[in-house]
Design a protein around this ligand. Structure first.
Ligand code: SF4
Ligand code: SF4
Length: 506
């Protein structure tokens, strides 16, 4: 079924290397995935690439789990927001997320009744066209859960417009102390596989490739079993598993392009254009199948809570759950001498107000890291940062140039290639925070890059095809590309796609 070649990129940080980087938190063997029912949620209207959604509820409103509480502004590129708990809206006000994003947020107090919308139920006979699948994923508010936050429907549309051959499913979770994606595979392998196959069909890909570390035997076995079960339903697809060496930061698209296709992508290159491929995170595929199969919008996610101060846990939490409530469920709160990181301990952001910071769609881990004073000294020219940089940079050289304001020289040294992995700062024995400066410089260019990708990918909505509050729930993407299947069947999308509550009526 699958080739045994083990792919990898050059450099990075190995598991089990001298840095002992792979010292994983001992993840607790939980009998089943624990589900948190928090006392409240904070739902930012911007958890995705694009403009914030617009709240569709007001203070005092009673809401049910699964209800849409924020819709995309007409003519904007955005994504709707749904609540994962039932209760009362207590406030709508602007908040600032730890990453600096200012956004309106809807605060909801949980009535602990777990009242769900009636529409959240199995679809039964699933016969959706490509357009309907993509429209459903759009209305479900699904965004890349691996960290990028691009609305999934937009990537699917772009992949379809590029007529990609390969649909890649990123199961290469390699960040320290994080196993939420791997947990998703073990707990819901059929959802991951079916979601990937349905999405691959929607964008017209021929091959579905699951990318996973060779050492992840349990997860591989779960995937292989589900692939066997799915093959009869997806005879038109060639489904396989591609093995990778475990190494950080495995999974970034430019490193995957190098490892899998032998292609060196420039900062403005896309997988679609250069490799005829598109890649999605495996947890995103799980969410897609929840929407397709069970009509469940993106309202929960699995997150890891772990670090060198705590045993690892994976929890299923409603999106918007305050970090403090996650911690009280999974972590010994008596250990006050710890730092709380929103994200993984290499690239995440330290927070001091866990009551005010929510888990958002892209939060895959809350890290608890022992407080340590690292003395900073001048560079000792050990070369470790260059040895580990997966993009082949000399971080110490680039850093010095940026400190001296030599931005043009830094750019010529390849600084814009930095993928913000944090490895250089991690290994630096002098305690120099190389990654923050270099990544900040690189990201200034990346905003433009993402914008241009969106513009080029058929994602510039015409007046008629733009997301419209009164149209969400209908397949307004129908105008985005002709669909012969739809024309032939003359199906009414609304007769098949159950709109998430709040879709057409708000
Ligand atoms: S943060 Fe940037 S410069 Fe540092 S190792 Fe990663 S890619 Fe290289
Ligand atoms: S790892 Fe730190 S000390 Fe070593 S060369 Fe790089 S910046 Fe200098």
């Amino acid at each position: 079924m699958q080739g045994r070649k083990i792919h990898s990129f050059y450099k990075g940080i190995f598991s089990g290397d001298v840095l002992n980087f792979s010292k994983r938190s001992p993840f607790v063997r939980e009998i089943m995935l624990e589900r948190i029912n928090p006392s409240r949620v904070i739902l930012p209207m911007k958890m995705h690439y694009g403009v914030p959604a617009v709240p569709t509820v007001k203070e005092g409103d009673i809401v049910k789990a699964g209800q849409c509480i924020g819709l995309p502004d007409p003519k904007s590129f955005s994504s709707p927001v749904h609540t994962g708990i039932s209760g009362r809206v207590t406030a709508i006000k602007e908040i600032t997320l730890p990453n600096g994003i200012k956004t309106p947020a809807v605060f909801i107090n949980n009535d602990m009744k777990r009242t769900r919308l009636d529409s959240l139920k199995s679809r039964g006979d699933i016969k959706l066209s490509a357009v309907q699948t993509i429209a459903l994923i759009r209305d479900a508010g699904i965004c890349g859960m691996g960290g990028e936050g691009i609305p999934t429907y937009a990537k699917l549309t772009r992949a379809r417009n590029h007529a990609v051959d390969d649909f890649l499913v990123n199961c290469l979770q390699s960040e320290p102390y994080s196993t939420c994606d791997l947990m998703a595979i073990v707990e819901y392998p059929d959802y991951v596989v079916n979601g990937a196959c349905a999405c691959a069909r929607a964008c017209g890909a021929k091959n579905v490739k699951f990318l996973i570390s060779a050492g992840r035997r349990t997860e591989r076995a779960a995937l292989e079993n589900s692939i066997r079960n799915a093959k009869d339903s997806y005879k038109d697809l060639d489904i396989s598993i591609e093995l990778f060496r475990e190494r950080f930061p495995q999974g970034y698209y430019r490193l995957v392009a190098k490892a899998l296709y032998g292609k060196q992508l420039g900062i403005n290159d896309t997988l679609e254009q250069t490799c005829s491929a598109v890649m999605f995170n495996c947890s995103t595929m799980l969410s897609c199948w929840e929407a397709i199969s069970d009509n469940i919008p993106m309202m929960n996610r699995i997150i890891s809570v772990s670090g060198n101060e705590s045993g690892g846990h994976n929890l299923l939490v409603p999106i918007g759950t305050p970090v403090s409530e996650v911690l009280s469920s999974a972590y010994d709160a008596n250990k006050t001498e710890s730092r709380i990181i929103w994200g993984n301990c290499l690239t995440g952001i330290e927070i001091t107000d866990p009551e005010e910071v929510p888990v958002i769609k892209m939060t895959s881990v809350i890290s608890i890291v022992r407080k340590a004073e690292i003395p900073t000294t001048p560079c000792i020219h050990c070369g470790l940062c260059s040895e580990c940089c997966p993009m082949g940079l000399s971080p110490n050289t680039v850093y010095e140039m940026l400190v001296q304001g030599l931005v043009q020289k830094a750019a010529e040294e390849g600084a814009r290639d930095c993928i913000s992995c944090g490895s250089c700062s991690y290994v630096c024995p002098a305690g120099i925070n190389l990654a923050t400066s270099i990544a900040r410089f690189a990201n200034q260019g990346r905003v433009i890059e993402v914008n241009s990708l969106l513009d080029n990918g058929g994602l510039e909505f015409s007046e008629e095809a733009s997301l419209n509050a009164s149209q969400v729930g209908q397949a307004s993407l129908l105008e985005e590309f002709p669909d012969e299947e739809d024309e032939k069947n003359e199906t009414d999308p609304d007769s098949i796609i159950l709109p998430f509550d709040g879709g057409k009526t708000v």
